[in-house]
Design a protein around this ligand. Structure first.
Ligand code: ACM
Length: 616
């Protein structure tokens, strides 16, 4: 009996660890059954596809295999759903038991079969297949049977192209990267105080003036405001032709592009081009990231008809260029102080029986909703659009926590959850002492713990979720990648995988396998999740105590209060310990180890800084 139990145990653990070693798919598929054998990719391997719609996908699969293996499988069209051996079979099958975005992937030593109802489902099956191709050693894929489909239909990432400008090639590269992890929405934040990025033919100053600002580097919000006569040389914009090309590129990869024109707040760039748009009509330049420069006077006037005439021109062209059913109109952080003093706004409120400026904002958004409806589009906005009453059919992107999303869903409106606490990819991911400066903290593990569907909310109203990469402190695409990866692995897992399949330790193992893949393809990423987490706490005498933790389990932590680098010869931290600071110590240093080897970076923080953090 004992032998049987031991054998069963060994079998179970063998298969689990074999699975753990061989199948490192992110996001975790719904069902995986490991089989015996391997499919070898060699010069005889061909890609077969059974539907003309799959022509691009078959060529894409061949190109991706070439970039992984240096050998390019031939692509051959065939009819019917029969499987051919020695081939990767891409099959649209009306009888495939999956949902729209689902797929079945069956790998045996003889063939690879990806089946789905739709090309999109097949695309995701191909992504899973590509992830199983090893980046070194023998070119073979473990035999496996996978049945997969997403938990949520909206799996988004937002890129702010206003605060810093990113080229078309960079945005395409972001699409290439996000589709590996089965994201399907790219939200472009096209306008803000720091730049307008879309060509609008009827409003040429939006690109000759609003797209450009004076050049600055250094800390955002600490920069010099534009000087008199200084040339605005930093910026750029996308022509409508470029945007159409981008949309086609995204669409071939099953990504919808959501355009955001952020109004009535965050509109200083447009106001710099067309000063009549604001309540004050004052002249400004596009803000290069300096504080207090028109920062409050950046709202479009809600009283004048000329504002709505301007917006009608903008949204007519946005609706013509972007085929996606939604247009995002922003609606966040609108300063309404100038509306209080503006005769046109006051008149508008009187005529429409609006009791306060929140209701005036709601009037503004409701008018935009009607405007978009006439152009065949649905309106989406940040959760401030709830203030003063939600427009009748508006969808809400909830960013100030989940509350706005919950309230909107309870009023039967569709919602995308992108709360700062779980989905803001511009925030710190490691200790501020060793990360480039930005705002508050959002660690990798915290994103993994994100649950977009709150208790008591009807799931039909929760479209899904989205990670937002604001780029005040992201001046290069390389740094955008650093902020995106691996944190967006966690988002993809949250938005695609079954909640019941969640397993942090197993996910970390898959993450580490994927970081090697990112390195191979020269995609930048952060390793911050290996570092220690240093938390100052108050002792009973209001004295400073220090606790240390890690995002990963099973790490060792070594520290020092002496002015030396910590290693396995300096004191070892005991889990939960509250370290008191030795008299006159001025610096705390800490490092993580795994299996006897240094893992994370050394964190060095002055005691003064820790005391400062204590008071925050
Ligand atoms: C936002 O972060 N202001 C939507």
């Amino acid at each position: 009996m004992q032998i049987i139990i031991r054998t069963l145990f060994l079998l179970c653990c063998f298969s689990f660890s074999a699975q753990a070693q061989q199948i490192n798919i992110i996001p975790q598929p719904k069902e995986i059954a490991l089989k015996s054998g391997r499919f070898v990719i060699n010069e005889k391997t061909v890609i077969l596809f059974n539907d003309e719609q799959l022509k691009f996908l078959a060529a894409y699969t061949s190109d991706m295999i070439k970039s992984a293996t240096n050998s390019q499988p031939a692509v051959v069209s065939k009819s019917g759903t029969a499987v051919k051996s020695r081939a990767i079979n891409l099959i649209i099958d009306p009888n495939a038991a999956t949902k729209k975005e689902g797929y079945l992937l069956d790998v045996s030593s003889n063939s690879v079969v990806v089946k789905a109802l739709t090309p999109q489902g097949l695309f995701y099956g191909v992504q899973s297949l590509l992830q199983m191709i090893p980046i070194e050693g023998e070119l073979s894929i473990p035999a496996v049977s996978i049945k997969d489909e997403p938990r949520f239909p909206w799996r988004g990432l937002m890129l702010d192209v206003s605060r810093h400008f990113f080229t078309m090639d960079q945005v395409k590269r972001m699409i290439d990267e996000m589709v590996i992890y089965k994201f399907n929405i790219l939200h472009l934040h096209l306008t803000d105080d720091q730049g307008w990025r879309m060509q609008i033919n009827k409003l040429p100053e939006l690109t000759s003036v609003a797209a450009w600002r004076v050049p600055r580097t250094g800390l955002w919000w600490d920069r010099d405001c534009p000087q008199e006569g200084e040339a605005a040389t930093y910026g750029g914009f996308y022509t409508q032709q470029e945007l159409k090309e981008l949309i086609a590129y995204a669409s071939a990869r099953f990504v919808d592009v959501l355009p955001e024109i952020d109004v009535p707040g965050h509109s200083l760039a447009a106001i710099a081009a067309y000063p009549f748009l604001s309540s004050t009509k004052l002249n400004y330049k596009v803000n290069p990231g300096c504080k207090f420069y028109g920062i409050d006077d950046n709202s479009l006037c809600a009283g004048k008809e000329s504002t709505f005439e301007f917006l009608d021109k903008v949204f007519t062209e946005v609706a013509e260029v972007f085929p996606f059913e939604y247009i995002h109109i922003g609606g966040d952080e609108c300063y309404k102080g100038f509306w209080e003093k503006c005769e046109d706004c006051q008149q508008r409120m009187k005529e429409n029986g609006l009791k306060n400026t929140n209701e005036l904002q709601s009037y503004f958004i409701k008018r935009l909703e009607k405007m978009l409806e006439q152009k065949g589009k649905k309106l989406m906005g940040w959760d401030e659009i709830l203030e003063g009453g939600l427009a009748p059919k508006a969808s809400v992107m909830s960013w100030r926590g989940m509350g706005g999303g919950i309230a909107a869903a309870k009023q039967n409106h569709h919602v995308v959850m992108s709360p700062t606490d779980y989905a803001y990819l511009d925030l710190y991911q490691g200790d501020p002492s060793i990360e480039p400066p930005t705002y508050s903290m959002l660690r990798f593990k915290t994103i993994f713990d994100f649950e977009p569907l709150p208790d008591g909310v009807d799931e039909t109203y929760i479209l899904g979720g989205q990670g937002n990469l604001w780029t005040e402190s992201v001046p290069t695409f390389r740094h955008a990648e650093y902020m995106l990866w691996p944190r967006s692995f966690a988002l993809s897992e949250v938005l695609w995988s079954e909640k019941s399949n969640k397993n942090w330790n197993q996910f970390v193992g898959r993450t580490e396998a994927h970081l090697k893949r990112l390195a191979k393809y020269d995609i930048n990423y952060a390793s911050s999740f290996y570092d220690a987490i240093v938390t100052p706490i108050k002792g009973s005498q209001d004295n400073l105590l220090i606790q240390v933790d890690t995002e990963l389990e099973g790490l060792d932590i070594y520290y020092s209060f002496e002015n030396v680098y910590p290693d396995h010869h300096t004191p070892k931290y005991k889990k939960g310990e509250k370290l008191s600071v030795p008299k006159d110590a001025d610096t705390f240093r800490v490092i993580t180890y795994r299996e006897g080897k240094p893992l994370g970076r050394i964190i060095t923080i002055s005691i003064q800084e820790l005391i400062k953090r204590l008071d925050k």
